[in-house]
Design a protein around this ligand. Structure first.
Ligand SMILES: NC(=O)c1ccc[n+]([C@@H]2O[C@H](COP(=O)([O-])OP(=O)(O)OC[C@H]3O[C@@H](n4cnc5c(N)ncnc54)[C@H](O)[C@@H]3O)[C@@H](O)[C@H]2O)c1
Length: 332
């Protein structure tokens, strides 16, 4: 049985603990959170396991064979570096790191080790809606894809988010979707924001990022993070033979007096309920098989490079070139 440790046991980490326990053959043997009570609550989900408040101690635990990193964004890189140094397969939440420099350190460290150890938690690859779109793309039914649209909405948080946080934490998912579905790199971006507080231009309620792909295709990411209606993630592809888009809301259509309508999910844990299960099942199986699958450290890094260019574009108000990257042979 694969024995797993989970770092960070808030909303996402607890969901991973529950899914590992209920939906996979893996055993959660250790959990870590700086908030001990939070870690103990996660341990209780699996009927008890070792509780740590130090991430390195969990990684060093000889019983822990593989690790899930679900701590807040600023702590991903250090935990990922520790897991790579320990040679332990890891499922790391997005983004790969908070800064591009840290993301590069993680990439370089995995490449230096010569072995793919990390999977990035870009779980849309496991969402049935996105999977269906990918299948149509792979069959060539769209012809040449000339346009990508990613729509990503969520309720307002108690404190206004910054444009930079929306890009690094949220758009990074949509950037990965665009690269994954088109199998093309993004070469230019132009990002603009509608401030949440007009007195503080760094705050944002809406970020739009226009993309140019290497083959000349175009794209746009619409990030509305003070949406009054709830959480939605949709993609649309326009091709030369056909177009495809996921439904605006995944629930069945209701009919009541004089109107037709759908429920909208409150948050990602509801919208991507199945994707999180399929993701962790695939990761556990890949670790058991010793054959890495799914989004890689390279995907995490490449998405960060584009996100970084979007932040630069937002700050400068200009179109920003995305540096051309050379994919290490480890990720060929
Ligand atoms: N893939 C997805 O769809 C998805 C969705 C939501 C969040 N996330 C990512 O998951 C991560 C966690 O997000 P969340 O929604 O669970 O946040 P959260 O605030 O619900 O939980 C974070 C937890 O981490 C703990 N923590 C704080 N500092 C820590 C540290 N140094 N080491 C370990 N734990 C620490 C906190 O005490 C808290 O329990 C973030 O990186 C986020 O970007 C991914």
């Amino acid at each position: 049985m694969l024995k797993v440790g989970v770092i960070g046991t808030g909303g996402m980490g607890s969901r991973h603990v529950r899914n590992l326990h209920n939906q996979t053959p893996a055993q959660v043997v250790a959990v870590m959170d700086v908030d001990r009570a939070q870690a103990e609550a996660a341990a209780a989900i699996v009927g008890g396991c070792t509780v740590y408040t130090d991430a390195q101690a969990l990684v060093d635990d000889p019983e822990v064979q593989a690790v899930v990193i679900a701590s807040p964004d600023p702590y991903h890189a250090a935990a990922a570096l520790a897991c790579i140094a320990a040679g332990k397969p890891t499922l790391c939440e997005k983004p790969l790191a908070l800064t591009l420099e840290e993301a590069k350190q993680v990439l370089d460290s995995e490449v230096a080790g010569g072995k793919r150890l990390m999977q990035l938690a870009f779980m849309r690859e496991y969402d049935p809606q996105h999977r269906a779109v990918k299948d149509v793309v792979e069959k060539g039914e769209l012809g040449d894809i000339i346009f990508f649209r990613g729509i990503h909405t969520g309720y307002a948080l108690p404190q206004a988010r910054t444009a930079e946080d929306i890009i690094i934490n949220s758009s990074v998912h949509d950037i990965h979707s665009a690269r994954w579905l088109l199998q093309e790199e993004i070469t230019q971006v132009f990002s603009q924001s509608v401030p949440s507080d007009p007195q503080r231009p760094e705050t944002s309620k809406f970020v739009s990022s226009h993309l140019t792909f290497k083959n000349g295709s175009l794209g746009v990411l619409e990030e509305y993070h003070e949406a009054p209606f709830g959480y939605q993630v949709d993609v649309e592809l326009i091709g030369t033979k056909a177009s495809i888009r996921t439904p605006r809301a995944v629930w069945p259509t209701m009919m009541t007096a004089g109107k037709e309508w759908k429920f909208i999910d409150d948050n990602w844990l509801m919208r991507f309920d199945l994707a999180y299960i399929y993701e962790v099942q695939a990761w556990v199986q890949s670790v058991i098989d010793g054959v890495p699958t799914g989004p890689t450290t390279w995907d995490g890094y490449a998405a960060m490079v584009v996100a970084d260019a979007c932040v630069e574009s937002f700050k400068s108000g200009k179109v920003q070139d995305v540096p051309e990257l050379v994919r290490p042979s480890l990720y060929a």
